[in-house]
Write a protein of this length. Sequence first.
Length: 310
Amino acid sequence: MQGMKRRGLTKKQIRGYREFLYILPFLLLVLIFSYYPLYGWVYAFFDYRPPTPLADSKFVAFKWFVYMVENPTRLKRLLEVLRNTFAISGISLFFSWFPMIFAIFLNEIKCVPYKKFVQTVTTLPNFISWVLVFSVAFTIFNGDGVISNLAMNAGWIDKPVNFLQNSNHMWFKMWLWLTWKNAGWAAIMYLAAITGIDEELIEAAKVDGASRMKIIWHITIPGILPTYFVLVMLNLASFLNNGMEQYFVFRNQFNSDYINVLDLYVYDLSREIGGYPLSTAFSILKSIVSITLLFATNWISKKIRGESII
């Protein structure tokens, strides 16, 4: 720092260099784990067969990109996968307000021990793997599970019912499991936004005789709407990214037509002979679409809110 001062740098410039050094380790982590793996995209342009070295593989240009849609059967399968992806992502986007409302009512709990208990119980599922979540679902909804046994004992059904093998409302059921797992964690962002609301506004509203619901409607919700819109736009940018773990563990022969999303489809392709470059090509297209959606939502944010998200 003394050398910088001797070179005539201002305090503002020195502070800028110091702050850059603070974030430099995180930038390096992003470069190593997010950008360096993009080198693997090159496999989409070769006829690669493991364990043959890439240098010995034939360059095929856009062969695998054309391969996705040139066969009618393969194209039909791809359209089914996109249907499932858009349906499940659309349901999640439509109900994206749920964590916000949950955070608002959680904030209204005045009993601090009970509030901490509810927040802890609803946040813990986020740290449970999808394998354990499916174990819970299997215990409750299997043919020999809790629900089936209770229904038989009550005389509502005559024989066991395996609810996990029922494909009805599969998209909505996947959203329910996702919400049960992530709602408490997602509410943390909104709870932080609520704490940023000026307490003087709330106190002034109470002096004027406003009820708790009116305070929520006229102060709390408007105060956290900017956070909600930013999160919605980020979710829209990752519209095609459903992940695969949830759908991999819940998939069976009865619901596979409704649960096979794009990430899971890419994973299945990677396990087939010659599927590695094809799955890489799918990942490239998905990334391009995600980046396009990100910039589109950023443009919409500028037009509607006057602020960008990136």
